[in-house]
Design a protein around this ligand. Structure first.
Ligand SMILES: Nc1ncnc2c1ncn2[C@@H]1O[C@H](COP(=O)(O)OP(=O)(O)OP(=O)(O)O)[C@@H](O)[C@H]1O
Ligand SMILES: [Mg+2]
Length: 278
C-alpha cells in the first residue's frame, strides 16, 4: 500500500467513524471506596453499524453507554460523537435511549407515546421525523397496528417493550443506545424481539450500541460484538460477526453462528477468569 492510499484510507475511516472513544477512563468514588468502572477503553463505531457490548455484571457496559450518550462525565481520554463532545450531541438530540423497562407514559395511548417525543424532537439536526403513516408502519412491523389507541396498562410487558422500540426508532435519532432492552422478557418473546428490532433498524437505519448478557442475542443482531471484562472495566476482545444481512432465524442453526457462540463463550470465560485472578 502506498503512503497516499494509506492516507486516503485513514481519512475514509475517520469519515465513517461516528462514535470514537479513545483511552476513556471513569472511576466512581462512593463512601470512600473507588470503583474503576472503565480503564483506558478504545472503541470506534462506524456510521450505520450495529455493535453489542457483552460482559459480566459490573464490567462497565452501562457506564460506557452513558459516556457515549453524554449522560456522564469521564475522567480521562477522548469521547467524540460525530466529531464533537457527547454533551453537544445530546443537546442536538442525536441519541435515542432504550432502557431495560419500557418507561411509557401511562396516561397516553400507544400512538401518543410514540408521537410525544417525536414532536419534541422535530427539527433537531440529523432527524428524519416520520409522519403518522410511518409511525403506523413501524407499529405494524412489530404487530401492534391494532393497538395504537390502547393504553400501556392494556398491554403485556413484551408489547410495552415493542412500543418502546418503536418510539426510539420513530425519533429518527442517528444513534440508538440500548441498555438490555429485552432483559425482563421471557425467552421466546425475547428471541422474537431480536428480529423485530432488526426489522425496525433496517427500515429506519441508524447506528446502534446495544448492551446484552445473551451471546446468541449479541450475535444475531450485531456487526461486531465487544467483549468486556471487569475490575477494572475494559474491552478484552472484539468479535466480527460473519453472517449475511438481513438476519434470519435459520442462521442460528449455521456453522458460522455456532462458531461465534463457542468463541464468545471462551472469550467471556477468559474475562471472568481474569477478574477472579485479580
Ligand atoms: N453512579 C455510580 N456510583 C458508584 N458506582 C457506580 C455508579 N455507576 C456504576 N458504578 C459502578 O461501576 C461499575 C460498573 O457499573 P455498570 O453499571 O457500568 O456495569 P454493567 O456492566 O452495566 O453491569 P450490569 O451488567 O450489572 O448492568 C460497577 O462496579 C458499579 O457498581
Ligand atoms: Mg448495566
Amino acid at each position: 500500500m502506498t503512503v497516499a492510499s494509506t492516507i486516503v484510507n485513514d481519512v475514509r475511516t475517520q469519515a465513517d467513524t461516528l462514535v470514537d472513544v479513545r483511552g476513556a477512563s471513569k472511576t466512581f468514588v462512593r463512601k470512600g471506596a473507588r470503583t474503576n468502572a472503565l480503564d483506558g477503553v478504545d472503541l470506534s463505531v462506524r456510521r450505520g453499524e450495529f455493535v453489542s457490548l457483552l460482559g459480566p455484571s459490573g464490567c462497565g457496559k452501562s457506564t460506557l453507554l452513558r459516556l457515549v450518550g453524554g449522560l456522564l462525565e469521564f475522567d480521562a481520554g477522548i469521547v467524540l460523537v460525530d466529531g464533537q463532545p457527547p454533551a453537544a450531541s445530546r443537546r442536538q438530540k442525536q441519541f435515542a435511549l432504550v432502557p431495560q423497562s419500557p418507561a411509557l407514559l401511562p396516561w397516553l395511548t400507544v400512538r401518543q407515546n410514540v408521537g410525544f417525543l417525536t414532536k419534541l424532537n422535530r427539527g433537531a439536526e440529523g432527524h428524519r421525523t416520520p409522519d403518522e403513516k410511518e409511525v403506523q408502519a413501524l407499529l405494524a412491523a412489530v404487530g401492534l397496528d391494532q393497538f395504537g389507541g390502547a393504553f400501556p396498562h392494556e398491554l403485556s410487558g413484551g408489547m410495552q417493550q415493542r412500543v418502546s422500540l418503536v418510539r426510539a426508532f420513530a425519533l429518527g435519532a442517528p444513534i440508538l443506545l440500548m441498555d438490555e432492552p429485552f432483559a425482563a422478557l421471557d425467552e421466546i418473546t425475547r428471541a422474537q424481539m431480536r428480529y423485530l428490532l432488526l426489522e425496525l433498524w433496517e427500515r429506519t437505519g441508524g447506528t446502534v450500541l446495544f448492551v446484552t448478557h445473551s451471546i446468541p442475542e449479541a450475535i444475531i443482531v450485531s456487526d461486531r460484538v465487544v467483549v468486556m471484562a471487569a475490575r477494572p472495566g475494559r474491552i478484552s476482545a472484539i468479535e466480527d460477526i460473519h453472517l449475511d444481512r438481513p438476519r434470519r432465524d435459520d442462521m442460528e442453526d449455521s456453522a458460522q453462528f455456532h462458531g461465534h457462540v463457542s468463541r464468545l463463550r471462551t472469550l467471556l470465560r477468559d474475562s471472568h477468569d481474569a477478574e477472579v485472578q485479580r
